[in-house]
Design a protein around this ligand. Structure first.
Ligand SMILES: Nc1ncnc2c1ncn2[C@@H]1O[C@H](COP(=O)(O)OP(=O)(O)OP(=O)(O)O)[C@@H](O)[C@H]1O
Ligand SMILES: [Mg+2]
Length: 259
């Protein structure tokens, strides 16, 4: 099957330093791919190249079989959700979601109804007239997701969208993103440095280290068959630590019943 999106031999050099070393991967239509790696490994750089905000030093981006490496971002039909929401503070929820639609020739005449519909889908109808500062962080991120969905992009890219949110909100929004993906059949690329998040959400996970891909596989296969020591330590050991700390917590709670 032809890939929805392919990154081919991407190299990125900043100030004579190579930060991406011939990265190659594909994403299938409707797939949820996470890019998992520590700070500075090159995740955001890949995202910027994929959406056209940064021309790669070398390599190519192929979408539906077409080389789009030189295509401007506005023509790529991809949407991005950032960590910091990037909402217009002086506009209401409705205004934020409707904004980009008004610049789109095809969607302009239906912008209001599209926006209202999407706002309902993300559960914010009761807040439609509010400005962003009246909303919680989780609600603001829902507005950002709604704004991206309203443009009906073929591919949605998330750059650590939960990192400013508390743990409980992260869990809620995680389910929400998964539900949205199922409902809209979107192809999603999700950047995170959180192992648990990657495992909960993804069809496949791409594990990165210093501008290279260590492994790209299903969560099950990564657990069963980690490619190398790095993957074992960065992914499996970290997950195990989390699980162990949870189990400890459960034991403390049920202390009287333990032997
Ligand atoms: N515009 C730039 N100019 C120079 N160096 C850059 C630029 N953008 C990124 N870098 C460097 O490239 C490397 C990869 O950065 P990138 O932002 O892609 O990492 P990241 O995986 O997204 O990290 P984080 O998890 O902290 O967001 C880092 O060493 C960073 O300092
Ligand atoms: Mg980043």
């Amino acid at each position: 099957m032809e890939a929805k999106l392919e990154a081919r031999d991407l190299v990125q050099v900043f100030n004579k330093q190579e930060v991406l070393h011939r990265i190659g991967f594909t994403v299938q239509d409707g797939e949820f791919l996470s890019i998992l790696g520590p700070s500075g490994c090159g995740k955001t750089t890949i995202l910027r190249i994929l959406v056209g905000l940064l021309p790669p030093t070398s390599g190519a981006i192929i979408k539906d079989g077409l080389d789009i490496t030189a295509m401007p971002p506005s023509k790529r039909n991809m949407g991005i959700v950032f960590q910091n929401y990037a909402l217009f503070q002086n506009m209401t929820v409705l205004g934020n979601v409707e904004y980009a639609l008004k610049f789109n020739k095809e969607l302009r005449s239906r912008s209001r109804s599209i926006a209202e519909n999407i706002i309902e889908q993300v559960g914010l109808t009761g807040h439609i007239r509010k400005k962003p500062h009246k909303l919680s962080g989780g609600q603001q991120q829902r507005v950002a997701i709604a704004r991206t969905l309203a443009m009906n992009p073929e591919i949605i890219l998330f750059d650590e969208p939960m990192s400013a949110l508390d743990a409980a909100t992260r869990l809620l929004l995680r389910d929400e993103i998964k539900r949205i993906q199922k409902q809209f059949h979107s192809t999603m690329i999700y950047i995170t440095h959180d192992q648990e998040e990657a495992f909960a959400l993804s069809d496949r996970i791409m594990v990165m280290d210093h501008g290279t891909i260590r492994q790209i596989d299903t969560p099950e296969n990564i657990i069963r068959n980690p490619a190398d020591r790095y993957v074992r330590e960065f992914v499996i050991d970290k997950l195990r630590l989390k699980i162990n700390s949870l189990i400890k917590y459960v034991r403390v709670e049920g202390g009287q019943n333990s032997p």
